[in-house]
Design a protein around this ligand. Structure first.
Ligand SMILES: [Cu+2]
Length: 369
């Protein structure tokens, strides 16, 4: 084993002169500075290689205590009790580009006349506006953030440029409160069912209602006589207020909504025998929902926006729609009656564990005559 000499002074040798000490300090400073510069250079090169060298992307600073705390914001503006989300937003054509305004803002939203929730909304409703776009058209979507926290918008399922993807802290800085951000892209040539949702802390913001449907129309198709876009989601409503994020244990959601309303406030589908019906399911929540139709099966015609070839089309009466998934199903109304469409996880067809007027939560009536 080698014994290295200790410092000169510990060996009883004379102390170095003032000039020598000054020289050594200077050398130490120069070496230290060189190491810092080398470290910075390597860091920048790495960032460059990862493709994020040019933009400073602030990351989200999460206050974990506030993240999951109940929201009982009684001072938020209240949407009318019977307001409906998922209403088509036409936008304005400006020099060949269709412009839309989406404003993220907090609202007291009624999922039932007696059950208001503290919601984060696009344009004041849950879900936000329905965007129906044409393949190949250019759109410019200004998102204004009136929330008390940052946000961003992801265009789920769309093959668009990476810098328009809306993943906060990954492809763009989060949009700070009080500011706007403009997305602009060309609608891909892939007709089908898509959606948009917040991509800044989606466990909170998406769960609180920041989502909406986005349909790319098919100009070549013969549309069905009846079509419904059905966005599924969940809420946890406690005496202390609305829980924004999924609790870590012990408590599942107690309210379930289709287009922001629980049964019996969900919409009614009115159909005549022989009419073709298309349902576009979008699961904007965090739970699985096996959706079941009474009285007849349906055909699954599209998966995540993409039409299925005839050989791949399943005929089902119960279809599992997982979080983030979309399925388009079609059927020709067979017989008159009051036919239920509901989730087959029975708990999801209750309102706070109670059945009301033959259902609850994810229940919807198809009235055929
Ligand atoms: Cu369910």
């Amino acid at each position: 084993m080698t014994n290295y000499p200790l410092s000169p002074s510990s060996k009883g040798q004379p102390s170095p002169s003032l000039a020598a000490r000054f020289r050594r300090t200077l050398i130490n400073l120069v070496v230290g500075l060189a190491l810092v510069l080398a470290g910075l250079a390597i860091g920048f090169q790495l960032a460059e290689r990862l493709g994020r060298g040019s933009v400073a992307l602030p990351t989200s600073s999460v206050d974990h205590a506030a993240h999951g705390a109940a929201l009982a914001a009684t001072d938020w503006p209240a949407a009318p009790v019977f307001a409906r989300g998922n209403q088509e937003l036409a936008g304005h054509l400006v020099e060949g580009v269709r412009e839309f305004q989406l404003t993220a803002r907090p609202v007291r939203w009624s999922i039932l006349p007696t059950v208001p929730v503290s919601a984060y909304t696009f344009n004041g409703t849950v879900p936000g506006p329905l965007l129906r776009l044409k393949p190949g058209e250019r759109v410019r979507i200004r998102v204004t953030n009136e929330l008390p926290e940052p946000t961003s918008v992801h265009w789920h399922g769309l093959a668009i440029p990476n810098d328009q993807d809306g993943a906060a802290s990954i492809t763009q800085p989060p949009i700070p409160p009080g500011q706007s951000y403009v997305y602009e892209w060309t609608v891909p040539p892939t007709p089908g069912t898509y959606w948009y949702h917040a991509h800044y802390e989606p466990d909170r913001q998406q769960a609180l209602g920041l989502f909406g449907a986005l349909i790319i129309e098919d100009p070549t198709e013969q549309p069905p006589e009846v079509e419904a876009v059905l966005i599924l989601s969940e809420w946890t409503v406690t005496p202390a207020g609305t829980l924004p994020a999924m609790p870590m244990s012990g408590m599942e959601p107690n309210y379930f909504t289709i287009n922001g309303k629980s049964w019996p406030e969900t919409e009614r589908l009115r159909v005549r025998v022989g009419q073709r019906v298309r349902l576009r399911f979008i699961n904007a929540g965090q739970f699985l929902h096996p959706m079941h139709l009474h009285g007849q099966p349906f055909t699954v015609v599209a998966s995540d926006g993409h039409p299925l070839p005839t050989m791949a089309r399943l005929i089902k009466d119960t279809l599992l729609v997982s979080p983030g998934e979309r399925y388009d199903v079609e059927f020709v109304a067979r017989a008159p009656g009051r036919w239920l469409l509901h989730c087959h996880i029975a708990h999801h067809t209750t309102n706070d564990n109670r059945e009301v007027e033959g259902g609850g939560g994810l229940t919807l009536l198809v009235e055929v005559d």
